[in-house]
Write a protein that binds this ligand. Structure first.
Ligand SMILES: [Zn+2]
Ligand SMILES: [Zn+2]
Ligand SMILES: [Zn+2]
Length: 418
């Protein structure tokens, strides 16, 4: 399919090149995009060969906006490539019209699931957790954890809701590269495809990744702006004079009542950078006088995550939950998710609705949403009150890992004999 010819063109010839106008292209490669919710993910998801057959009964496909930017604007006489107009101009780029927003799915009941019951931590586990905590601190002693008497274990278990929206966005900009004689894939080789029509294999789901590629048939040669096509520029070291000031005598030609031996009294010496030729090879084009100009497509896959932890009504610092896992009690994955409605903790239903709404307004107009998943975790949190040497202390055991948080452990320094 790819036509690549090796040829060189002049500015005059190039100005006559125009990518032909063309109407609506066929459906872009788009495995399962906008597939109605409720369809299970199949192996076809990742298989472009099976893609077109699967989208036939889906919702209409909509191409998201393509962000265009980049200061490397082509000159005004540059050929306009349909679908890439106005890109990288003096205004700093152009935002192509956003697509129709995708459908907002209605609320659906959370599938009847587990009984949502939460087991409590045992005293043994609570003691082991505190002993491990004391041992993990270099100065703490663990005898208090060994000897303490439990007073009360109070559960403050809570839930975490997590929404992940996996998106693909495509950005285009003009870039230049030194021309080294390689083949030039110009509009004469074929019609440049629209940004979202370029088939690209989706990498692993819910994993961030970025990819760069030249848009086919958008390459052209132009005169190097740094040397104006000559291939050489004036030597910066000697400013085109071919000579530089002598570094021994600092240009005076003399050394303590004697003639400078380095420059033989001239005060200057020949420029080693240009070998006194006054010119150097242009770095912009490596001396060829031409540079390659093409549209670069940057594809970014991003997993956008929102998390919410339901109120646990305790003084435990909620942000510590970020470091631990919970017990996954619910999980769903779709192209487009619906908010949860009947989870026993109302704040989780609300969080689900808010997060989905936020992701919808944030990502659906600027990127292609490939898949969403959300989950609810049960987060264990127990406040343990204990007595040691007649005094009352407390600590929290949290997460599946039984981590400990406390600000009043009695043996914080091993130097003090207690
Ligand atoms: Zn000198
Ligand atoms: Zn020089
Ligand atoms: Zn140049």
């Amino acid at each position: 399919m790819l036509c690549v010819q090796s040829y060189s063109i002049t500015m005059e010839e190039r100005s006559g090149i125009r990518a032909p106008n063309y109407g609506t292209m066929g459906q872009p490669f788009d495995p399962n995009y906008m597939m109605p919710p409720g369809k299970a993910m199949t192996s076809a998801w990742m298989n472009p060969a099976l893609g077109p057959a699967m989208v036939s009964e889906g919702a209409p496909l909509v191409n998201p906006a393509v962000v265009t930017d980049g200061p490397t604007a082509p000159p005004s006489d540059w050929e306009v490539i349909p679908g890439y107009e106005g890109m990288g101009g003096d205004d700093g780029g152009k935002f192509l019209p956003p697509p129709q927003p995708g459908p907002i799915p209605g609320s659906v009941p959370t599938p009847a699931n587990t009984s949502w019951t939460i087991p409590s931590i045992s005293e043994d586990d609570a003691r082991i957790a505190l002993m491990d905590y004391a041992k993990s601190k270099c100065c703490y002693r663990s005898t208090a954890a060994q000897e303490m008497d439990f007073h009360e274990l109070r559960p403050f278990n809570t839930y975490r809701y997590r929404l992940e929206t996996f998106t693909e966005s495509r950005t285009c900009k003009w870039v230049t590269a030194p021309y080294t004689g390689q083949a030039v894939d110009s509009p004469m080789c074929g019609i440049p495809p629209q940004p979202w029509d370029i088939p690209i294999q989706i990498p692993a789901m819910f994993t961030d990744k970025e990819m760069n590629m030249p848009v086919p048939h958008t390459s052209s040669l132009k005169a190097c702006p740094q040397c104006l096509g000559i291939g050489r520029t004036v030597c910066n070291k000697c400013h085109g004079t071919g000579r530089i000031r002598c570094w021994i005598c600092n240009g005076t030609g003399r050394r303590i009542n004697d003639t400078c031996h380095q420059c033989r009294g001239q005060g200057t010496q020949s420029c080693k950078t240009c070998h006194s030729t006054r010119y150097v090879t242009c770095v912009g084009c490596s001396g060829r006088g031409q540079i390659l100009n093409y549209i670069n497509l940057i594809v970014t896959w991003k997993n956008n995550i929102s998390e919410f932890v339901a109120d646990h009504n305790s003084e435990f610092p909620t942000e510590l939950f970020k470091k631990v896992n919970g017990e996954k009690i619910f999980m769903d994955e779709q192209v487009l998710l619906s908010p949860l409605v009947n989870f026993p903790a109302q704040s989780i239903n609300q969080a689900s609705q808010n997060a989905l709404q936020q992701h919808h307004s944030q990502f659906f107009s600027t990127s292609r949403v490939l898949r969403q998943r959300h989950s609810i975790e049960w987060l264990p949190l127990t406040k343990v009150e204990y007595i040691w040497k007649g005094k009352r202390y407390d600590y929290f055991v949290y997460g599946k890992e039984n981590k400990v948080y406390t600000d009043n452990y009695p043996q914080k320094c091993c130097c003090i004999v207690m």
